[in-house]
Design a protein around this ligand. Structure first.
Ligand code: AMP
Length: 540
């Protein structure tokens, strides 16, 4: 058969030819809603590629982007990859010093940024000498008044580019995208996606029982392009010809609700905190979302109560998914298998809450610390390992090599069970697992149950040192606005739902729980703050 290289810019060509007039709607960084289509994006991507080529950028160069989900950001990706350069997404939620570290580590040659981040870019510019071209993703009228060497507005940068520029030719294994993950320890590490892995990942994730985007869908990826490729939506929506709605800088419940309603979005994707914000907004306003059929939730464990509210109260089907930057990112989905469809709702919910089973193209297993595979019985916890054509085989520049073994398995750093039906359940990050009396306690499971209490908005469980048991769980919780919940009530709520020895030794109520740049609970900060907490149970 033919050797048809899997190159990502073929996706935008396909979209232009077969779905050219399909709309792409953006809430722009400048403010207004902007409408374009796949044909225009494809044309402007070629102009972008041509402009980069003329400016002397080429194969293997890392070109950084610091941008929201917008049509312009998509054009930069296709333009960059079309000359064999590598789009390097930067996460604006990181500290400026971390960003400078990442840009220097990648030796980025240019930086494209949204005007929202002008101040941040100005701040780090003196520390990132490899960047020789700055491009603000805007037109000349909105160019920020900042002092940067070689700063130009995006519209001016691409204006001279040829709309019929011929994509460069290269192998499908060529580097395509770069994304750093904060990882568990040490400095951030880079994951370098190839053209082949990105195309295969989009095809894998596009399966009917995975993200399964269809032409008739209108998709809103709230999950950012700077975090794990927006779960492939910049590739999957164009190749399906789905209408794409991009939220730009505004990710609050009000703004998301407005886009969902006005654009008649049928499918939306994001981390649990986004849906928490949206649900709070819906509760407050009494609004509903009749067009929205499906919500994909991942990036952190989705609380059972969230799935139930979205499904039962609002009639929106929830798919809970697990993945990570190193996996492009999709790993598993809590999609119901045929044999469970007739179960009563509560039992179906048990399966939907799990992180789920992998689509074809992702292999997984759990092992003990000696790398012996553990049984798939739904009870034994082990280190979760994965492999497949869209899983990293190493980090950029060879760091963190101990996470990869000689048989190609990548140790995810997650601890999980797998049941006999193949459903995987994450019980913890390996570093967050609570070891009590030599046994493991799942912090995620306790958090999930606590968040099911009607007065609790968010909960996190950490291990605190204990002289006899080594560690004991401490529950840290945020009350919903106006709710009155006591320590005793919350513990009573947990009783009977978890093993007795899993019961937290104490509960601390806080105003808010700290989150990382990618929206996960920052357990290191909680451990620092509450590591010396003396449980009331122990003090009594
Ligand atoms: P990142 O590379 O930033 O996307 O982080 C990946 C990590 O997020 C995984 O290794 C998990 O620890 C966590 N994660 C992602 N999705 C889920 C989920 N559905 N449930 C629990 N943890 C998750």
């Amino acid at each position: 058969m033919q050797d048809w290289p899997l190159l990502v810019h073929k996706i935008i060509d396909h979209a232009a030819l077969y779905h050219g007039q399909r709309e792409v709607v953006t809430r722009s960084a400048e403010g207004p809603i902007v409408r374009t289509d796949y044909a225009a994006i494809a044309r402007r991507s070629r102009q972008m590629a041509s402009a980069l080529d003329r400016a002397g950028f080429g194969l293997g160069d890392r070109i950084a982007t610091l941008g929201w989900n917008t049509a312009r950001h998509m054009e930069t990706w296709y333009g960059i990859t079309g000359i064999g350069a590598i789009y390097h997404t930067l996460n604006p939620r990181l500290f400026p010093d971390q960003l400078a570290y990442i840009v220097n580590h990648a030796e980025d040659a240019a930086l494209f940024f949204d005007i929202t981040f002008a101040g941040l870019v100005e701040q780090i510019a003196p520390k990132i000498p490899s960047v020789r071209q700055y491009v603000a993703l805007t037109d000349r009228a909105h160019l920020p008044a900042i002092h940067l060497p070689n700063l130009v507005a995006y519209e001016d940068f691409i204006a001279g580019g040829a709309p019929d520029f011929a994509w460069k030719e290269f192998d499908e294994q060529t580097g395509c995208g770069l994304c750093y993950t904060s990882g568990t320890t040490g400095n951030p590490k880079g994951v370098l996606y190839s053209h082949r892995s990105n195309v295969l990942h989009a095809l894998i994730a596009g399966q009917g029982d995975a993200l399964g985007v269809r032409n008739a869908d209108t998709v809103l990826p709230v999950v950012p392009m700077f975090h794990a490729n927006a779960w492939a939506m910049a590739f999957m929506a164009p190749f399906s010809g789905a209408k794409l709605v991009l939220p730009g800088p505004k990710l609050d419940g009000d703004s998301i609700c407005e886009l969902l309603t006005n654009e008649q979005v049928t499918m939306a994707l994001g981390v649990p905190t986004v849906w928490l914000g949206l649900l709070q907004y819906l509760e407050k306003t009494g609004k509903t979302l009749p067009d929205l059929k499906r919500v994909l939730v991942g990036g952190s464990a989705c609380p059972r109560s969230m799935i139930e509210t979205l499904e039962r109260k609002y009639g929106i089907e929830v798919t809970h998914a697990w993945g990570m930057t190193e996996m492009s990112p999709l790993g598993t989905l809590g999609i119901l298998k045929a044999e469970f469809l007739q179960l009563p709702y509560e039992q179906r919910l048990d399966y939907k809450c799990k992180q789920g089973h992998p689509p074809f193209g992702v292999e997984m297993k759990i092992t003990d610390d000696e790398n012996r595979e553990l049984p798939r019985d739904g009870k034994v916890f082990g280190r979760l390992k994965v492999r497949g054509p869209s899983v990293a085989k190493g980090y950029f520049r060879g760091e963190g090599a101990d996470a990869f073994d000689s048989e190609g398995w990548f140790d995810t750093g997650d601890v999980a069970t797998i049941d006999r039906h193949g459903y995987m359940t994450i019980t913890d990050r390996a570093k967050d697992v609570i070891k009590s009396g030599g046994e493991w306690i799942s912090s995620i499971e306790i958090e999930n149950i606590a968040m099911g209490h009607p007065g609790i908005a968010e909960a996190a469980v950490i291990g605190i040192p204990h002289p006899k048991w080594d560690e004991r769980p401490l529950l840290i919780a945020v009350r919903k606005a106006g709710a009155v919940v006591t320590r005793e009530e919350l513990l009573q709520f947990l009783a009977g739902k978890i093993a007795k020895w899993w019961m937290p030794d104490d509960v601390v109520f806080v105003e808010q729980i700290p989150h990382t740049g990618t929206g996960k609970v920052q357990k290191t900060a909680l451990r620092e703050q509450f590591g010396k907490h003396i449980a009331r149970a122990a003090a009594e």
